[in-house]
Design a protein around this ligand. Structure first.
Ligand SMILES: Nc1ncnc2c1ncn2[C@@H]1O[C@H](COP(=O)(O)OP(=O)(O)OP(=O)(O)O)[C@@H](O)[C@H]1O
Length: 391
């Protein structure tokens, strides 16, 4: 962090809040009351909670845009209350809803603002601005000299993120940064943030109202109640599988089990096998492998082992070449697909199975509804409250 500490090279550092409270002048109750939490280095922690619960206040105390009334906050072990607030803020990236860009400054000047405050030389700032615009998928030549009003909402948000990252801070605070864009752009920006974070490993504190956004982005989620009281602080999986109380359950909303499916990848589950034959084999080969079990279905693979057609023993008996047996495989899921994608494929398949393919499109196995249900069951049991009746 600051001058007398070892440089972080921009890698995330731990943030600790110890009994932090904020009472605004003239208010009867504190906006934040005695919050204690540790945000591990390099993780994304999402603060979710209803409007007025104190999320923004909690976040802004970390960079001292709001001064705590009491308590202690450390970043990388250093007490932030002992630092000069201006210097502190240069070491913490900050991005907010509607990007908060300065309208009279160009995109380049906005992105280069903190580096200029840090007195980097001009050439280094220019290079850094272009590097950051590239990073957030904006062509520097096209966007560097434009003004914020000449950008779409999504582009402005990207510039906001580029600006927050420009001085390579170890910590990034993001207050509903994608709140003002349409759902599709929001999804794209979320994906981009996840990709960036996988490379950068910052410590990110992210505020949102949107529980689905929290599930997607958070390594951990803190569900806050009134006065920022922490109702539950855990991984998205654990919160979805076992909400701490009715308030958290209400916030998680309907469809918790379905949301869990977005957190699991096909590669993490055990796929099953069906009988297969390559397209050059005689139809009788597939018929024999399928045996006499009624309705059993097998796969015809092409010469490179890629799934081509679904066929039953009866289908195989009705043709002279497997090239024409049964029906074509319409869709497949990859090892990196989510279980939600797999479920979608299962539900739209005539026989209720999804074929799983590897990186070259080769056959790996199949998943069916039982596999998906067993996975959800296992997740629930893994995160079950020990006191709860499992029967
Ligand atoms: N400057 C202020 N002066 C007095 N009260 C304030 C001030 N800023 C916020 N508050 C109050 O503190 C409480 C917490 O506000 P805060 O903005 O932190 O909540 P939030 O969870 O971020 O809300 P939202 O999701 O609506 O943005 C609210 O009751 C709010 O009215």
């Amino acid at each position: 962090m600051a001058d007398n500490n070892p440089p972080t090279n921009g890698h995330g550092v731990e943030i600790r809040l110890e009994e932090v409270s904020k009472r605004y002048p003239g208010q009867k109750l504190p906006a934040v009351e005695s919050v204690t939490m540790t945000i591990p280095a390099g993780e994304t922690v999402v603060l979710v909670g209803p409007s007025g619960s104190g999320k923004t206040t909690t976040m802004r105390m970390i960079n001292r845009l709001i001064e705590p009334t009491s308590g202690r906050i450390t970043i990388g072990g250093q007490d932030v209350l002992g630092l000069d607030p201006d210097l502190l803020r240069r070491e913490i990236g900050y991005s907010i809803q509607q990007a908060g860009l300065f309208p009279h400054m160009t995109v380049g000047e906005n992105v280069g603002m903190v580096p200029s405050l840090l007195r980097w030389d001009r050439k280094r700032i220019r290079e850094r601005v272009d590097e950051m615009l590239d990073l957030v998928n904006l062509d520097p030549a096209e966007f560097r000299d434009r003004y914020p009003r000449q950008l779409s909402g999504g582009q402005q948000q990207r510039v906001g993120v580029a600006r927050a990252l420009a001085a390579n801070p170890p910590v990034l605070l993001m207050d509903e940064p994608f709140g003002a864009v349409d759902p599709i752009t929001r999804g794209v920006l979320q994906d981009e943030l996840m990709r960036l974070q996988a490379d950068l490993g910052k410590t990110i504190v992210f505020v949102t109202h949107d529980f689905d956004e929290a599930v997607k982005l958070g390594d951990r989620i803190a569900v806050l109640g009134e006065r920022s009281r922490i109702l539950q602080y855990d991984t998205p999986e654990a919160i979805l599988a076992n909400p701490a109380d009715d308030t958290v359950a209400g916030f998680v909303g309907a469809g918790a089990a379905l949301k869990q499916l977005t957190l699991r990848r096909v590669r993490e589950i055990e796929v099953s096998q069906v009988p297969t034959a390559t397209v050059d084999e005689p139809p009788s080969a597939l018929r024999e492998r399928l045996g006499s079990r009624r309705g059993a279905i097998g796969l015809v693979l092409d010469r490179r082992n890629r799934p081509l057609r679904w066929a039953t023993a009866r289908d195989a008996g009705a043709v002279s070449s497997l090239e024409r047996a049964g029906r074509p495989v319409e869709d497949s899921v990859a090892m990196s697909s989510t279980l939600q994608d797999a479920l979608e494929a299962i539900l739209t398949d005539d026989d209720g199975v999804a074929v799983v393919t590897g990186s070259r499109g080769e056959y790996v196995g199949v998943v069916d509804i039982d596999t998906v249900m067993n996975t959800i069951k296992a997740l629930r049991e893994e995160h079950a409250d020990p006191g709860e009746d499992q029967s």
